[in-house]
Design a protein around this ligand. Structure first.
Ligand code: DX5
Ligand code: ZN
Length: 226
């Protein structure tokens, strides 16, 4: 059955002094999620936002909160994010050894949230194989995590296609594939045509003159290829 592409605007590119206004704008545009980039200055060089922001955001919007943890110790902190209102929690495969990734997925599910595993551009897709049956989503990074406004890494679409194949092989028909970094109306089709379901957009939404319209245009361009 046809499933429309969902856009997850990354508030890293929003106006933090007018965050509620920006949330209303993306709600109007039909965003599927609010993407929240949590960075700790260790796993990635940048330092951004954390638990209190998730807590406040959960009070002002009904959009599901898609929390992308770019932190070195996700096992310790992920319960706090769930408690604060995260609906989807993404842990990077590079941060934990195998059995601890299983533990993270179990903790996320026990907390009533959906579990997602992210892979950096140089991480092979095979690392998701032992976990794919238990995951709700896999996030393919199409830029090096750390900063918004970077250029899409060519060839990332091949990793999206590979994850889609792995999900089919594992019989996980419901697995969502999210792609994050450097995506806008011009290149969204590259990833949606090979199986991406959720598209994170920072600059392409918040630097647009009309962010609500940008969300609709990116989603429409993605849907055309599905
Ligand atoms: C990068 C973040 C992304 C980023 C997306 O580490 O995970 O979510 O903010 O921003 P754009 O769409 O501008 O690349
Ligand atoms: Zn992100």
């Amino acid at each position: 059955m046809f499933q429309p592409v969902k856009i997850a605007p990354s508030i890293l590119s929003a106006d933090f002094m007018n965050l509620e206004r920006d949330i209303r704008m993306i709600e109007r545009g039909g965003a599927g999620y609010v993407h929240i980039d949590v960075m700790d200055g260790h796993f990635v060089p940048n330092l951004t936002i954390g638990v209190p922001h998730v807590k406040q955001l959960s009070k002002i919007t009904d959009l599901p909160l898609d929390v992308h943890l770019m932190i070195a110790n996700p096992l310790e902190q992920l319960p706090w994010f769930i408690e604060a209102g995260a609906d989807m929690v993404t842990v990077h495969a590079e941060t934990l050894e195998g059995q601890w990734l299983d533990r993270a997925i179990a903790l996320i599910h026990d907390g009533g949230a959906q579990a997602c595993m992210a892979i950096k551009p140089n991480t092979p897709v095979d690392v998701v194989v032992p976990h794919i049956a238990d995951l709700d989503m896999v996030l393919v990074m199409s830029v090096e995590p750390g900063f918004s406004g970077q250029k899409y890494i060519e060839g990332s679409e091949r990793k999206v296609a590979a994850v889609a194949q792995l999900a089919r092989d594992a019989g996980n028909e419901k697995l969502l594939i999210e792609v994050d970094g450097g995506i806008g109306q011009a290149n969204v089709g590259r990833v949606t045509s090979v199986g991406a379901d959720v598209i994170v957009c920072g600059n392409a939404v918040f630097a647009a003159e009309d962010p609500a319209e940008a969300i609709r245009a990116i989603a429409a361009a993605g849907d055309e290829t599905r």
